[in-house]
Design a protein around this ligand. Structure first.
Ligand code: IVH
Length: 677
C-alpha cells in the first residue's frame, strides 16, 4: 500500500510541478484548473494518509513556479502565499472548525467575503506614496519585476494621495475585464488571427510582455485584496485594511462584504454562484477571510497558505476530454455543419457529448483534430464550445481534419462551398440526410404541425424507403408501418389522423414546410397573403415576388429558384394530388397584423444566422408578433437568440446580464407561445 502510495506521490509531485510551471511560469496552462485541483487534492490526501512519505519539496508545501529569466527577479519581503481550497459546504465548515480549534478566542468573529478573481497575483510597492515596484508572485518568495508593465494599467495609481504610509505593499489580482477580452478577440478575428482562449491566460500573457506598450493596449485592470509590508499605518482588521486601501484610491472590489457568521459567508458564496455570469470579469470562486488581524497573526500559515483564509472554488466551466471524431450534419436546407463528437464530459452543470464547430474555417482556426484532447467550455446556459486542443497531449501521428468532399448520405453527392460563403452545402434534392431535416421541418409546429411524426419515425420511414420526399408523407404504407416494432393499431391511427389533418393547414404554413432557403414564418405569411394561392406564387417572376412588402431580392430569387427545380415541382404536384390546401384567403389586414401578438412587450435580440430565416426575416417575424428586435443586448432584452457564428460580445453581455439564451428551436417556440422554455 505504502509502496503504491509512494509511487503515486512521486508521480503527482511531477504532475503538479509541471502544471505549476505551465500555469504560473509560462502562462500556458494545458489542463483546466479543475484537473489541476484534482491532482493537488489527491496529493494532499495521500500525504495526509502517509505523513512519512510527505516531502519538503512537494508542491503542496510551496507556491506557484520559479520565475522565468524574462524579467528581473524580485525577492518578496513577505512571502506571497496561496490559499487552501474548499469545494463544498462541509469543507468550508471543516476549515472554520480547524481555525476555531487553534484559537484562544471564543470565536473568530467577523468574516470578510471576497470574490476570487481569476487573474494573476501581483504585489505593488509604494514608497513615499510612489509606485516603485510591481512584481508577480512567482514561487511565492521570488517573483518577476513587471513595474513598467503595471504602470500602464489605468486602475493602478502611480501615486497615492498625501498622507499615505511610508511603505505600503499592496497585493491583488490583475485581470482582463470581459469587455476588453471580447474587444481583443474581435480584433484578432478581424486580422484573421486565432482567438484567445480565456481572459485569465490572456491577462497573464499581456502582463508578461517584454514591451510595455503592448500591455498598455490590452485593457488590464486590478483588484486589491490584501497588504504585505506596511510602515506608517495601524490597521486592526482586514475590512479596515480594504477600506483604507480604497480611501487611498486603490481599486477594491465593491462586492466585498463583512459578515458575522459562517452561515452568512455561505450565503455570499451562493450569491457568487448565481451572479457569476453577471459580472464584467471572471471569477473562479470566493475567498473567506477572518477579519481580525490579531487572530490572523495567531493562526499563522502553513508553508504555502494562511490558516485564516480559505478559497471556495466554484464548479468548473472548462474541462478536457477526447475529441473522438468530427462529423458533419446536414440541415434541412442542405447546410453541412461540422460538429465535435466528444467523450461525454460533465462541465458547466451538464454532460456534453457534442459541440458544433460551425464551419470549416472554425475547425481550421481552432486546429482541432480527431484524437486530440480538447478543452471544452460551457458557461451557464451558454451553448458548449470546444476552445481548442491540448497540444502537449497530441499524438505525433494526428492528421489535420479535412472537410468531407461528399455528403454523408449514401448518394455521396458533393458538398460545395461557394466563394464568399463560410458554409458547405449538399445541393442534391433527394439527399436523405437533407430529407430527414426537411421532413422534420415540414412536420414541425410552425409548419404542417403533424403530431406523432417525430425524429425517430422520420428516420425509420426513410430507412424503410417509405419516404423519399416530403410529399410521400401523404401516401405512407400503413400496413408496412403496422409491421414495425412499436406500432400498434392505435399509434398508426393517430399518425394517419394527424397527417390527414395537416392537409387543411394554411398556405402560409405549407410555404414554411416547403423549406425554401431564406424564407421564414413571417415572410411565408406575407407571400401567401399577397398571392392567395400556391399556383400564383409558383407562376410569379422574381420581380413580382420582390414587390411584396417585406420580401427582399434575395428571398424573391430563392423562392423563384425553388419552383424552377423539376424535383420541387414534382413534389408540389404530389401534394396537390394528396389534396393539400393551396389557397389562402386574402384578408384586408396584412398577414403580419393577423398574427397572435405573442411577443408584445418583449425585446428579442438575434445573433448569428438562423436556418429558417434571413436576417431581415427574423426581425420581421419578431415585429410581426408585437416584439422589438434591436441590434444589441441591454438590460431590457428579454432573450438572446443564438444562431450560427454568433457574436461573442452579445453572447457575453447576455451571459453577464443573466438574459436567457435560446437556440433556433426555442426561438420558434417563443414566437409561437410567447413563453421561454
Ligand atoms: S488572498 C495570503 N483574495 O487566488 C492570501 N487571493 O488560489 C493571499 N485570488 O494567489 C491571497 N482573488 O492570486 C486572495 N480575493 C482574493 C483573491 C485571491 C483571487 C488569487 C490569488 C491567490 C490565489 C490562491
Amino acid at each position: 500500500m505504502t509502496e503504491g502510495a509512494e509511487e503515486r506521490i512521486t508521480e503527482l509531485i511531477e504532475l503538479v510541478r509541471y502544471h505549476d510551471r505551465r500555469y504560473h511560469g509560462e502562462d500556458a496552462p494545458e489542463i483546466p484548473d479543475v484537473e489541476y485541483d484534482q491532482f493537488k487534492r489527491e496529493l494532499l490526501e495521500l500525504e495526509a494518509a502517509h505523513p512519512e512519505l510527505a516531502r519538503p519539496d512537494s508542491p503542496t508545501q510551496t507556491v506557484g513556479a520559479d520565475p522565468s529569466t524574462l524579467f528581473e527577479p524580485v525577492e518578496h519581503r513577505m512571502p506571497m502565499m496561496s490559499l487552501d481550497n474548499a469545494f463544498d459546504r462541509d469543507e468550508l465548515r471543516a476549515w472554520a472548525d480547524r481555525a476555531q480549534r487553534r484559537l484562544d478566542a471564543e470565536d473568530f468573529g467577523d468574516l470578510v467575503c471576497e470574490l476570487k478573481f481569476d487573474g494573476l497575483a501581483v504585489s505593488l510597492r509604494y514608497e513615499g506614496g510612489k509606485l516603485v515596484q510591481a512584481a508577480t508572485r512567482g514561487n511565492g518568495r521570488v517573483g518577476e519585476d513587471i513595474t513598467a508593465n503595471v504602470l500602464t494599467i489605468e486602475s493602478v495609481p502611480h501615486r497615492l494621495p498625501a498622507g499615505a504610509p511610508e511603505v505600503l505593499e499592496v497585493r491583488g489580482e490583475i485581470y482582463l475585464p470581459l469587455a476588453a477580452f471580447d474587444a481583443l478577440n474581435a480584433q484578432q478575428e478581424a486580422e484573421g488571427k486565432s482567438r484567445y482562449a480565456n481572459p485569465r491566460n490572456t491577462a497573464a500573457g499581456s502582463l508578461r510582455q517584454k514591451d510595455p506598450s503592448i500591455t498598455a493596449t490590452r485593457g488590464l485592470a486590478m483588484w486589491c485584496y490584501s497588504v504585505g509590508e506596511v510602515q506608517g499605518a495601524q490597521l486592526a482588521t482586514h475590512s479596515a485594511t480594504l477600506e483604507f486601501l480604497e480611501s487611498t484610491g486603490l481599486p477594491v472590489n465593491p462586492e466585498t462584504v463583512t459578515v458575522d457568521s459562517l452561515e452568512a459567508a455561505w450565503q455570499f458564496i451562493e450569491q457568487c454562484e448565481a451572479k457569476r455570469h453577471d459580472l464584467p470579469y471572471e471569477i473562479d470562486g470566493a475567498v473567506i477571510k477572518i477579519d481580525r488581524l490579531d487572530l490572523q497573526q495567531e493562526l499563522g500559515s502553513t508553508s504555502r497558505a494562511p490558516r485564516w483564509a480559505v478559497a471556495y472554488k466554484l464548479p468548473p466551466e472548462e474541462q478536457t476530454t477526447t475529441l473522438l471524431d468530427i462529423h458533419v450534419s446536414i440541415g434541412g436546407k442542405g447546410k453541412a455543419t461540422p460538429f465535435a463528437v466528444l467523450d461525454p464530459v460533465f462541465v458547466g452543470g451538464s454532460t456534453v457529448a457534442m459541440a458544433t464547430l460551425h464551419n470549416e474555417d472554425q475547425v481550421r482556426a481552432k486546429d482541432v483534430r480527431p484524437g486530440d484532447t480538447v478543452v471544452v467550455r460551457k458557461a451557464g446556459d451558454v451553448i458548449p464550445e470546444v476552445l481548442g486542443p491540448v497540444l502537449a497531449d497530441r499524438p505525433d501521428d494526428l492528421v489535420e481534419w479535412e472537410f468531407p468532399s461528399v455528403c454523408p448520405c449514401p448518394h455521396r453527392e458533393p458538398l460545395i462551398r461557394e466563394e464568399g460563403d463560410a458554409a458547405h452545402y449538399c445541393r442534391f434534392p433527394r439527399c436523405p440526410e437533407q430529407l430527414r431535416g426537411w421532413i422534420e421541418h415540414f412536420a414541425a409546429r410552425n409548419a404542417l404541425d403533424i403530431e406523432h411524426l417525430g425524429e425517430q419515425r422520420v428516420r425509420l420511414f426513410i430507412d424503410l424507403g417509405l419516404i423519399t420526399d416530403v410529399a410521400d408523407i401523404y401516401t405512407l404504407d400503413y400496413d408496412r408501418i403496422r409491421e414495425q416494432e412499436g406500432f400498434g393499431d392505435l399509434s398508426v391511427a393517430n399518425l394517419a389522423a394527424a397527417i390527414e389533418a395537416s392537409k387543411e393547414q394554411t398556405l402560409a404554413r405549407l410555404m414554411v414546410g416547403l423549406n425554401i432557403r431564406h424564407l421564414g414564418d413571417t415572410t411565408s405569411e406575407l407571400l401567401a397573403d399577397a398571392f392567395g394561392h400556391l399556383d400564383r406564387i409558383m407562376a410569379a417572376t422574381v420581380e413580382e415576388l420582390a414587390e411584396v412588402d417585406g420580401i427582399g431580392p434575395i428571398m424573391a430569387e430563392s423562392v423563384y429558384e425553388f419552383f424552377q427545380s423539376e424535383a420541387n415541382r414534382e413534389i408540389v404536384g404530389k401534394l396537390r394530388t394528396a389534396e393539400l390546401n393551396f389557397a389562402q384567403e386574402i384578408g384586408s389586414d396584412t398577414a403580419a397584423e393577423a398574427l397572435p401578438q405573442t411577443l408584445e412587450g418583449k425585446t428579442i435580440v438575434v445573433t448569428g444566422g438562423l436556418e429558417g430565416y434571413s436576417r431581415d426575416g427574423v426581425g420581421a417575424a419578431i415585429k410581426a408578433r408585437g416584439g422589438k428586435s434591436p441590434g444589441s443586448v441591454s438590460s431590457k432584452t428579454t432573450a438572446l437568440v443564438v444562431g450560427e457564428n454568433p457574436g461573442a460580445s452579445k453572447l457575453d453581455k447576455a451571459e453577464k446580464l443573466g438574459i436567457p439564451v435560446l437556440d433556433e428551436g426555442q426561438f420558434e417556440q417563443l414566437l409561437e407561445t410567447g413563453v421561454i422554455s
